[in-house]
Design a protein around this ligand. Structure first.
Ligand code: E4P
Length: 223
């Protein structure tokens, strides 16, 4: 399963790449705006930090197919590497996906809230579909059920498109998405840390050190 960082924050991306098994980075216009930096230099810096092989998913802003296609080609040309253009599953987005996939531009269909939206995107050439788990949960929907149904649908119909589950607010959602067959999860930096955290792990490490130091003293190392 792929784990991606859902942020455009340089500090988080640097730390994420240094410490954790991160497969790539996802952004959207809201995530980019939080950084209050120029779009292209910021994305180029992210590409430099993660290298050309890790996936970078960048969203187009346009709401008509022509603009989406123009932006997608621009992003692909300027940023390059293992790049996915995120396109929302609106009518114009689906039209753009069909045209762009014919030009071998890799696409992540985004703002997915139903299995049928995912099916339409998959049939239009999307490599990934991104169902928004927490936004569904927030309105008393069931984000994990949508991820699970997409997974079943893709299996039944032998579709190669992968699921990149998104919009997570807690580790339980990430865990459940991985259990129901999501191929990838994009998570904010704090959740990456929370995925590792357990008080018993920390307590165990403290006890190992205490026991060792009681016998061998504070500065005695193994080697
Ligand atoms: C993926 O990149 C999505 O745009 C993102 O996960 C949405 O997250 P949010 O619902 O927390 O804004």
């Amino acid at each position: 399963m792929l784990i991606l960082l859902d942020t455009a924050n340089i500090e988080y991306i640097r730390k994420g790449i240094e410490y954790y098994p991160i497969d790539g980075v996802t952004t959207n216009p809201s995530i980019i705006s939080k950084e209050n930096k120029d779009f292209l230099p910021l994305l180029k810096e992210i590409r430099k930090i993660i290298g050309k092989d890790k996936a970078l998913h960048i969203q187009a802003l346009g709401t008509n197919a022509e603009d989406i296609i123009e932006e997608a080609l621009y992003i692909n040309d300027k940023i390059g590497g293992n790049l996915y253009v995120k396109i929302p599953v609106i009518n114009e987005g689906i039209k753009a996906m069909k045209i762009l996939s014919d030009k071998n531009i890799k696409i992540t269909a985004t703002a997915v809230f139903t299995p049928l939206q995912a099916l339409m995107a998959a049939k239009s050439g999307a490599s990934f579909v991104a169902p928004y788990v927490n936004r569904l949960d927030n309105i008393s929907g069931n984000g994990i059920k949508v991820v699970s149904d997409i997974s079943k649908l893709f299996k039944i119909h032998n579709l190669d498109t992968k699921i990149l589950a998104a919009s997570f607010k807690n580790v339980e959602q990430v865990y459940n998405a991985s259990l129901v067959g999501s191929h990838a999860a994009t998570v904010p930096f704090n959740l990456i840390e929370d995925m590792l955290y357990h008080p018993l792990t920390n307590k165990s490490v403290d006890k190992f050190i205490d026991d060792w130091e009681n016998i061998y003293g504070k500065n005695k190392k193994i080697n």
